[in-house]
Write a protein that binds this ligand. Structure first.
Ligand code: ADP
Length: 274
């Protein structure tokens, strides 16, 4: 009799504890959703006034009536470039919060590899030339002619990797090579002959707001968000991103994604910092 009562009491305690854990879990989930929604809304609200300030700053910097002093034009240009930095940061935060909230949708379509390469060449060839860097895109003979993936997301990642490669390279070359990997994957390897990344930094550069060397990064600018966004986007595309680098010699970032996107092979969401 007594034992039965004791057991009954223990069961009640367990049920109470269980209910409490579930309530807490719902609260945490809810708070995280609030945070993501807040960031997304906030970023939208910040962009609107910033955009109009940028348009006006550009108008001043262009000095169409030729009635501003050289110094005033210089100030207007500084407003423009600081405003652009801020806009980039806001866009990056918006991207990350969308991904974190699970609001990022993948829209696969048929993409011509040749066309992708041409688009990227058009954007990056001139940037590389400005720094007197050799720039090339190689499409291997075994590369697929088309892939089924989200063009915009893939381009966003490749653009991030290519701009980093050019940004952190002072001499030599930046190269994108595209080839088949395994049975059904395609690999995009972005390699440079730039400053490289120390072994102990190679994992953390994929974390939000992380910059390998704060003195170097201050010199080069940037938000430290690009690679963590890229890593999340590649995961959404069903792929992986890897890095090989040697300080002073250069880096190679390789993304590998399925030639045919399927929501089945997308890895589960992971915490942003990790
Ligand atoms: P950002 O470039 O805005 O700082 P990223 O997330 O794209 O942010 O990169 C994080 C850090 O990783 C950079 O600040 C830099 O220290 C390092 N990094 C990224 N790409 C390269 C590269 N190609 N060569 C050397 N360092 C790199």
């Amino acid at each position: 009799e007594e034992q039965a009562q004791q057991l009954e009491g223990q069961r009640d305690d367990l049920e109470r504890a269980n209910a409490e854990v579930q309530t807490k879990a719902r609260e945490v989930e809810q708070a995280s959703q609030y945070k993501s929604d807040f960031l997304a809304n906030m970023s939208h609200e910040l962009r609107t006034p910033l955009n109009s300030s940028l348009i006006l700053a550009k108008l001043l910097a262009d000095n169409p009536d030729d009635n501003l002093t050289e110094e005033q034009v210089k100030f207007a240009k500084t407003i423009q470039s600081s405003g652009n930095d801020l806009l980039n940061l806001i866009n990056d935060i918006l991207d990350l919060s969308k991904i974190e909230a699970g609001h990022e949708e993948i829209r696969p379509e048929t993409l011509s590899v040749e066309r992708l390469a041409n688009n990227l060449r058009q954007v990056f060839q001139p940037l590389a030339m400005d720094k007197k860097l050799d720039f090339a895109i190689d499409i291997a003979a075994d590369a697929p002619a088309t892939i089924e993936t989200d063009t915009q997301r893939l381009e966003q990642v490749l653009k991030n990797l290519l701009s980093n490669a050019i940004k952190f390279t002072e001499a030599g070359q930046v190269r994108l090579s595209i080839h088949t990997a395994g049975d059904s994957n395609v690999a995009f390897a972005v390699s440079d002959t730039g400053i490289g990344i120390a072994k102990e930094q190679q994992r953390s550069v994929f974390e939000a707001f992380h910059q390998a060397d704060s003195t170097i990064s201050r010199r080069y600018g940037g938000t430290g968000l690009g690679l963590s966004i890229s890593r999340q986007l590649v995961r959404l595309l069903g792929g992986t991103i890897g890095l090989e680098s040697e300080p002073g010699r250069g880096s190679t970032f390789t993304i590998t994604i399925p030639q045919n996107y399927s929501s089945a092979n997308v890895a589960p969401r992971e915490p942003l910092a990790g």
